[in-house]
Design a protein around this ligand. Structure first.
Ligand SMILES: Cc1cc2nc3c(=O)[nH]c(=O)nc-3n(C[C@H](O)[C@H](O)[C@H](O)COP(=O)(O)O)c2cc1C
Length: 333
């Protein structure tokens, strides 16, 4: 019988490093990690909170994505992680503590998801139509256990995304905080965070794809400009930090399963910034799903137009995100 202490620190640190490949709002990587005595703590990094995200919705969701990536990395290394979410109070309180234990038998699903971590990119180019329907159950697998549901928007509802995006752009046209923030995080080729110019669409690409108003970059489509992507909307039954964390975990799972199935993806979240556009998206859900549904995040999904993206966005080093202090002490809930 293996005990949790028998896992060497190097293996755990490599898993945390892999978890840091998770997507995050503007590639801000707003997480910190601690590891001690078989327990990995995930903490929010409040210094990386966006001014446009005062409640921390996008920050917590990004940390949720990292938590799911960690789970995939651990499983791929034959380790089981028992996740306790919001385990204790404190400042800052950990979002999750993962107790690790050897003895997980790695299967082909684990291997495929682990490989998808390295392959996945946020692709902001137009997509070709893809035969998504048969893959939807696989892509959404397991997210119901997190209290998150997902639906592919039908033709009529797809217009709601375009309308919500226009509404968001109009509301924030003269919002200097928003402009400053986007131009701070996106469009520069920084060493360890932010979105590089090479991964942002050039003028033609940016106007052909529904998305956030990023600075113009150098990413060109290689095929027709018309975007035939599908939209996958993830929603919860409540709006709370817990549901944001779960939505982030579900987002990561969906992105990795879609990548493993050969689809190109991009997370889209600007349309959740304001209550009005969130409501527009809620109305786009089928009537049976609409009651009490709180839309959380969108995934644009389709077939990549040409070759996969060759560059990837940078990440902070492990030293930058690891706290050397030990796991927070306090009363577990
Ligand atoms: C919560 C969240 C919100 C995001 N919102 C957007 C968005 O609105 N538009 C976009 O193009 N990318 C969005 N992204 C993707 C990030 O920009 C991307 O993950 C980050 O730049 C790292 O790049 P990568 O996904 O290629 O690794 C979001 C990611 C997360 C986790």
């Amino acid at each position: 019988m293996h005990t949790r202490e028998s896992i060497d620190r190097g293996t755990i640190l490599r898993c945390i490093e892999t978890a840091c490949r998770a997507p995050s709002i503007h590639n801000s990587q707003p997480w910190r990690w601690q590891y001690d005595n078989g327990e990995i703590s995930l903490l929010p990094d409040a210094t990386r909170l966006m001014e446009s995200d005062p409640q921390g919705r996008q920050l917590v969701m990004s940390c949720g994505a990292a938590l799911n990536h960690l789970d995939v990395a651990l499983r791929g290394a034959g380790i089981l992680g028992r996740i306790e979410r919001f385990p204790m109070d404190g400042t800052p309180a950990p979002l999750a503590i993962v107790t690790v234990q050897r003895g997980h038998r790695v299967d082909s699903d684990d291997e495929a998801l682990l490989a998808a971590i390295a392959e996945r990119r946020s692709d902001r180019r137009p997509f070709k139509p893809a035969d998504l329907e048969a893959f939807v159950p696989l892509i959404l697998l397991g997210i119901d256990a997190l209290g998150i549901a997902g639906t592919v928007l039908t033709d009529g509802s797809r217009d709601a995304v375009a309308s919500a995006s226009l509404m968001t752009a109009a509301v924030h046209r003269y919002d200097s905080v928003n402009h400053h923030e986007i131009h701070w995080w996106a469009g520069h080729d920084r060493a360890s965070d932010g979105i590089p110019r090479t991964l942002l669409g050039d003028a033609a690409t940016a106007s052909a794809v529904v998305g956030r108003n990023f600075p113009i970059g150098s990413l060109k489509p290689s095929g027709p400009l018309a975007d035939a992507a599908d939209w996958l909307l993830l929603y919860a039954a409540e709006d709370s930090p817990r549901s944001w964390l779960h939505a982030g975990e579900a987002l990561s799972s969906v992105l990795l399963r879609a990548t493993a199935s050969g689809f190109a993806t991009c997370t889209v979240s600007h349309v959740f910034q304001d209550a009005e556009s969130r409501e527009l998206l809620r109305q786009s859900l089928p009537p049976t799903a609409r009651v009490d549904a709180v839309p959380q995040v969108l995934v644009r999904i389709g077939a990549a137009e040409s070759s996969p993206l060759t560059t990837s966005s940078p990440r902070r080093t492990l030293q930058d995100v690891m706290d050397t202090t030990s796991v927070p002490q306090g009363d577990r809930r």
